[in-house]
Design a protein around this ligand. Sequence first.
Ligand code: ADP
Ligand code: ASP
Ligand code: MG
Length: 402
Amino acid sequence: MKNIVVQKFGGTSLGSIERIKAVANTIKKTSLNEFPIIVVSAMSGETDKLINLAKDISDAPAERELDALLSTGEKVSAALLAMTLQSLGLQAKSFSAAQISMRTTSNHSKAKIIDINIDTIQASIDEACIPVITGFQGINDVGDVTTLGRGGSDTTAVAIAASIKAERCDIYTDVDGIYTTDPNLVPEAKKLRSITTEEMLELSGQGAKVMQVRAMEFANRYDVPIRVLSSFEEGEGTLITKEISSMEQPIITGIAMQDNQTKFTLHGVEDTPGNASGILGPIGDAGIDVDVIVQNVSVSGKTDFTFTIGNSDAKKAQKILESNLIKVNYDKLIVNNEIGKVSIVGVGMRSQSGVASIAFKTLAENNINIQMISTSEIKITLVISLKDMNLAVKSLHKAFNL
Ligand code: ADP
Ligand code: ASP
Ligand code: MG
């Protein structure tokens, strides 16, 4: 019995019939030694094209129909790839999310996977027929199609790898591994041989789109080893795994950035119990993620309360805020979407002090003002002006010798 590996191919990797043929050859090679289960994204640009078609009809298309529309991109690539594999003499079959019972929550465009019935996949394995599964989508409890958020095919792949107990999950993409920061923005970025799941979870959560953050949550919870590698060239890629020998561990592993953020500040909030829950409770209830949250120490009973939200949810959050603020005493609401977030990540921070002061000094030397600071055990996040973001990443990358 061959080891089972899940292999996911991203949009650029499947961007043309030539690319699909190249991918089919990679799969054929894998199938000599291992049994591949394939997860596909839509062909590159396809999801954006579908979103734009919907936007031509309405600014706010019905969420159910939008998901029905977006799910078609992955169906096209799954069928085309299955045909190509067949033309190479391999047994292969495409499967939609409904066919493999990929059950999700009902919140369209950001549904969460609840469970997968692996019977269909297992039956395909038993017949030695390679399953080619649509990424990015699921079905809710009434059978409607849902989608998992941009980049969601990564999550489909890791979730399938976890439920089928695959040997590992290969993420084939347009870069040849995980770098110290986005190599398309910082050419000096260096490729990493390995990175811990915990660090990649933080980097993804802070904007490194090479892995969707939900995929990293699954990898962390179910201990799925991941390899990120290029579908364009041969190479070892980067291994994302729970444990890495401490010899290999630098203090800082990588830097992530995020530009699509909005900062909300409630100025002059009366400092009384229940404010934070009064302000953020209704936003959380609407399923909107709030990221960096800062409340100042109050002077004469008043304080400033500031938090950030991803731009895609910002308008909805602002409406919710404004309709709930009657219960909160404050002077004014300031909304700023010209902000960027830069995050420095590394498990070495646990045992090494001084990382924050190097970061602050570096930004000061570059005349970059820090608007908010938030830290966790292995991460420092700095909210700055959007116009300073690229300079901040480049100078921090240099300051930490990455
Ligand atoms: P796919 O279509 O294969 O899912 P994505 O565009 O979602 O690919 O992710 C790959 C991209 O992630 C790269 O082209 C790169 O610009 C970006 N990226 C961001 N941070 C990193 C990082 N630390 N290492 C590698 N790539 C990164
Ligand atoms: N096609 C979807 C997107 O473009 C999902 C994915 O590629 O992972 O976001
Ligand atoms: Mg992606």
